[in-house]
Design a binder for this molecule. Structure first.
Ligand code: AHG
Ligand code: MN
Ligand code: MN
Length: 337
């Protein structure tokens, strides 16, 4: 991975990419810029979360039956706002909304893309000043242009994503997005309020030494997963000693770190949650797409995540993602047990 010293903003970069596609319309660049704008607004609120009354539960429960934090609602409304006012998105699906939202107006009906997102990931960490994020996936609609988009546009396998990305609100704020051509990272430069290209052509190291999993659930995991975790802890000196365990509880932060440094992140099925916790459409698919473009892998322990044909907007899946050789190793343990 190169760190580019020349400042190229997100807009400049996406426009530069367009130049090599003479027939491109620029719709995707517009959409990414819209998401970037919403992210900047969320970032401002995240940064002052300790100062104003936007911390804590909003007193509502989202469609998943989980407590909704105020920033979740704020982030959701910012994303819905920019995408509905923009000209590049025909509709959205969000973790915070039970049903898809169809932007049924003349301009949006002409748009070729739809977007799925988790407006705020790791919201349990807001109150304690720990990194949180936003996750999104973009698909070309399958319904005809000129008409309102439909649920079918949202229930596509992840492999159909045109672009996917995330924003991490961390010690700095970064937007990372992937198209089939590569994964690039943009760090928010607060002095000019722009995301600027900082991580060019991110590749996930094939080998890593970090494993990320909620150990509290250990005794609920399958034998294969338990034995793999055991093996992570028992690596011999010859193989470099035991792996390091890191688990923040914000998937964006955990997977971002492992993407850059090499590692594996797991949210397996548990006795309480036989389908795992994470949502396929707007949490797992975007990260699976990013990981694969970067050379990593993502599965549900059995199938490639990107091949799963979704049936529901909010469906969950067990999730394993990371460095290719660690994922291969995990698969051996799962297959043997
Ligand atoms: P969200 O805040 O969007 O509901 O997602 C939280 C997710 C994910 O970010 C994280 O990896 C996982 O929940 C943590 O779950 P556990 O506390 O069960 O480990
Ligand atoms: Mn989430
Ligand atoms: Mn969320």
């Amino acid at each position: 991975m190169l760190v580019n010293r020349k400042v190229l903003t997100l807009d400049e970069f996406t426009i530069q990419q367009l130049r090599s596609f003479p027939h491109a319309t620029g719709e995707l660049s517009n959409l990414l810029r819209d998401i970037g704008l919403a992210a900047k607004r969320v970032n401002v609120e995240v940064n002052k979360a300790g100062l104003v009354d936007i911390l804590g539960d909003a007193g509502a429960v989202n469609v998943q039956g989980e407590d909704v934090k105020k920033l979740d609602i704020f982030a959701n409304s910012q994303l819905v706002g920019v995408l509905s006012h923009g000209i590049s998105c025909a509709g959205i699906g969000s973790e915070e909304l039970k049903e898809i939202v169809v932007f049924d107006d003349e301009v949006s009906n002409q748009s070729k893309y739809i977007c799925l997102f988790d407006p705020l990931d790791g919201s349990g960490n807001i109150d304690v000043n720990v990194s949180i994020g936003t996750i999104f996936g973009v698909y070309r609609r399958v319904s005809p242009k000129g008409q309102p988009c439909t649920k079918k546009d949202f229930l596509q396998p992840g492999i159909n994503q045109v672009a996917a990305g995330y924003i991490i609100y961390g010690s700095s704020t970064m937007m990372v997005y992937a198209t089939r051509r590569g994964v690039n990272g943009f760090t928010l430069d607060p002095s000019i309020g722009e995301f600027t290209l900082s991580h060019v052509n991110i590749k996930c190291p094939a080998e890593g030494r970090i494993y990320s999993v909620n150990h509290g659930n250990f005794f609920q995991y399958s034998d294969g997963v338990k034995k793999y975790i055991d093996a992570c802890q028992k690596k011999t000196k010859a193989s470099g000693g035991p792996y390091t365990q890191r688990y923040i509880g914000s998937m964006v932060a955990d997977v971002h770190r492992n993407l850059i440094k090499g590692g594996i992140f797991m949210y397996p099925a548990t006795l309480e949650r036989p389908n795992g916790k994470l949502r396929l459409l707007y949490e797992c698919n975007p990260f699976a797409f990013i990981a694969e473009v970067a050379g990593g892998k993502a599965t549900d322990g059995n199938r490639r995540i990107l091949d799963i044909e979704p049936t529901e907007l909010h469906q969950r899946t067990p999730f394993f993602i990371g460095s290719s050789s660690m994922m291969d190793d995990l698969q051996l343990y799962i297959n043997e047990n």
